[in-house]
Write a protein of this length. Structure first.
Length: 368
């Protein structure tokens, strides 16, 4: 084992608040006795009329300009990762003309320090060594291009699930502090921009002020919020929320859940209960289960992904806070080592800073 594998200071799980155990409760067969509160957004936040579609040529120019603008913003927000990784590559390649085994060994160390993880790094290096054996690398200039190709192949997952029913129910899970509530607001904002009607269910009845936080975001993005009093059974809130959503004919439903400690078995069981309750009220629901991970937690995020996958079967991952760390290689590690598709990345705090994950754009942004 090479010396750089002996990494100092292993990632430790963030300290979480100690939550009291939950008593087992019967799954609701009927709506709860207390009617859920439906918080409507103010009229000033309702969607505006869709502007007339521009001519085809103009539309293509606008789309290209928007694409370039989004890519530029992505590069800007991932500047710390790019400075670390691309800058390291430039220093590594300086003065060298040919690719050899020694250069790949040094590249291996650089990728690990960028938080790609040992398994993901070894996968990439092995692919590059195979290319070197086949004499496909040659000059150093070709190595960077080959590295990008391998990163894209590694991170590119299957396309998102096709929305086949209405309403489409999305359950969001994750530990405390990863940004579930704000991510829900950003997803709802995207729906509003596309002319869809989202509805939010405040099933995080455990954390103080969680419901109020979702209410504020609902008002900002123009989405109604279904809630009950603090401490209510989350599964009952979901049951009532789905009933209200069906009556209103909404397009998308986002269920906010408590920041579950993945080491607390009773809380994972409650999450399973929410899942079963949703399926009883609306067959096939939840249609997606998105796990929110914080990029700044490093390899600990991989442990969270495995445990949530075992508990509820995660269908996609949203990686947040990529703008605040120089270790954006975490995105590649998550995609490769969990086998769960990376659906979105968070690169800032504004509503527009949640982006559908594009493996090619991401690799280009972090490699320069």
């Amino acid at each position: 084992m090479r010396r750089w594998f002996r990494r100092q200071g292993k990632d430790r799980e963030r300290p979480q608040e100690d939550l009291p155990p939950l008593e087992a409760e019967a799954e609701p067969e009927f709506p709860s006795a207390s009617a859920p509160q439906i918080l409507e957004p103010p009229e000033t936040l309702t969607s505006e009329e869709t502007p007339e579609a521009p001519e085809e040529e103009v539309a293509q120019e606008v789309d290209e300009a928007q694409r370039q603008g989004l890519f530029g913003r992505l590069r800007e927000r991932l500047s710390r990762t790019r400075d670390s990784l691309a800058g390291g590559l430039d220093r590594l390649f300086a003065g060298r003309k040919e690719v050899d085994a020694a250069l790949l060994d040094e590249l291996e160390e650089l990728l690990i320090t960028a938080d790609l993880g040992v398994d993901t790094t070894l996968h990439l290096i092995q692919a590059l060594k195979e290319k070197l054996k086949r004499r496909e690398l040659g000059e150093v200039a070709r190595l960077k291009a080959a590295l990008k190709e391998e990163m894209v192949a590694l991170a590119k997952g299957p396309p998102p699930k096709e929305i086949t029913s209405r309403p489409w129910v999305v359950l969001l899970v994750g530990v405390n502090g990863v940004g579930k509530t704000t991510t829900i607001a950003k997803l709802a904002h995207q729906d509003r921009q596309q002319g869809l009607t989202p509805l939010l269910i405040a099933a995080d009845t455990f954390r103080a002020a969680a419901v109020e936080q979702l209410e504020i975001w609902g008002q900002r993005v123009g989405a109604p919020v279904i809630k009950q009093k603090s401490g209510a059974d989350p599964a009952a809130v979901v049951f009532d929320g789905l009933a209200a959503a069906l009556a209103r004919g909404v397009d998308k439903i986002y269920i906010d859940t408590a920041g579950r400690l993945h080491t607390k078995v009773n809380l994972m069981e409650e999450l399973k209960k929410i899942h079963r309750t949703a399926a009883k009220k609306l067959p096939g629901a939840p249609h997606e289960i998105l796990l929110i991970l914080d990029a700044t937690t490093g390899q600990n995020a991989l442990n969270q992904a495995r445990l949530f996958q075992e508990a509820v079967g995660v269908t996609g991952i949203i990686l947040t806070k990529l703008d605040g760390t120089a270790k954006g290689g975490m995105a590649l590690a998550v995609a490769h080592e969990t086998g769960i598709p990376l659906r979105y990345i968070g690169v800032g705090e504004s509503l527009e800073d949640l982006r559908p994950f594009d493996a090619e754009a991401f690799a280009a942004a972090i490699l320069g």
